[in-house]
Write a protein that binds this ligand. Structure first.
Ligand SMILES: [Mn+2]
Length: 331
């Protein structure tokens, strides 16, 4: 048997839909788990699925391991009344569904709920996904997990109304970088969702284009400390910046996560990194690449994961140690 690198495997994600639908059709109690430090794709996926299940009479709840509160930019998403604190997520439901998490570790404190259920369904689009469910619906070519969920809904015969469309659009517009990282079908899906009457401009503005004034001086400080390492990545170049806790005080995850999108535009570097200082000696690191470098491989080497052009990992030590280890891993 021969395989061709870079081509899709013979089994398509659609082949898994019938079994996933059987699981969703027969469960009476379901917990939907989003990843830690949730983004709009994981929350949009989780809430869309939960809305559908609740309408079918299923006892369903949605949660994420940390932090305690939903990011403010997502506080208008339909279905958010189905969110429960992580500590309240029931143990031993019929079905646990993980959405947009590439590994068990991304579920944080809720990872153990995967083992306590009769069945676990993983729905995701991360290249590094470890297939940690009893059934895995993973399409690493999909632009967002909400795009996978939309196809699952079509196969399931679910009618996508404005509430569901709002949730699905939230994941689509953010994970495509406002429709920059698109593929055939991305705009077709967007059109279907917009036809339900949702206000796409308002959803995008709330999720992506709204920051408090304090964002501007934070950017000034953080971007002013950026460094270009031209001979890193075999001469393709690395650009990085660090967000110290003193920079980010009082700001939301929305402000912190916005920085990489500015740093990564540097033309002299194939790879961009933003180091985010956490309590203790911990750093969370976001990686982006433009074309040839697969940062999901680099992130996995360093204990994290992600997509080909967007990935991340957690590290410990001084900032210089973390940068040195990253440069080493980038080769
Ligand atoms: Mn995603």
């Amino acid at each position: 048997m021969t395989t061709t690198p870079g081509t899709a495997s013979a089994t398509s994600v659609e082949d898994e839909f019938p079994r996933a639908i059987t699981l969703l059709d027969t469960a009476r109690t379901v917990s939907v788990l989003c990843h830690v430090q949730p983004d709009a794709d994981t929350i949009g996926s989780g809430l869309a699925l939960a809305i559908v299940l609740q309408r079918r009479g299923v006892a369903v709840e949605v949660s994420f391991g940390s932090p305690d509160d939903l990011p403010e930019s997502m506080n208008e998403l339909p279905g958010r009344d189905l969110l429960v604190p992580a500590a309240d997520v029931r143990v031993g439901v019929d079905l646990v569904v993980s959405v947009d998490a590439g590994s068990r570790g991304r579920l944080g404190a809720l990872a153990d709920r995967m083992d306590a259920a009769d069945a676990s369904l993983v729905i995701d689009h991360h290249r590094s996904n470890t297939r940690f469910g009893t059934l895995n619906v993973v399409d690493d070519a999909a632009e967002s997990t909400t795009a996978v969920i939309a196809r699952l809904f079509d196969a399931w015969g679910v009618e996508i109304d404005a509430s569901i469309a709002h949730c699905l659009f939230a994941g689509l517009v953010t994970d495509t970088g406002s429709f920059r990282w698109v593929r055939p079908g991305s705009h077709r899906l967007a059109e279907r969702l917009l036809e339900t009457g949702i206000d796409g401009a308002a959803i995008a503005r709330k999720l992506l284009d709204t920051h408090p004034f304090g964002w501007l001086p934070m950017l000034g400080s953080v971007l002013g400390s950026a460094r270009l390492v031209g001979d890193a990545v075999g001469g393709l170049g690395l650009v990085y910046a660090a967000i110290l806790r003193s920079d980010s005080e009082g700001l939301r995850s929305e402000e912190i996560e916005s920085v990489i999108d500015i740093v990564r535009t540097t033309s002299e570097a194939e790879v961009a990194a933003v180091l985010k200082q956490q309590p203790g000696d911990e750093w969370t690191v976001s990686l982006r690449s433009k074309t040839v470098v697969d940062v999901s491989v680099v992130a996995t080497t360093l204990g994290g994961g992600g997509h080909r052009n967007a990935a991340g990992f957690t590290a410990h030590g001084s900032k210089d140690d973390v940068v040195a280890a990253l440069i080493d891993a980038l080769g």
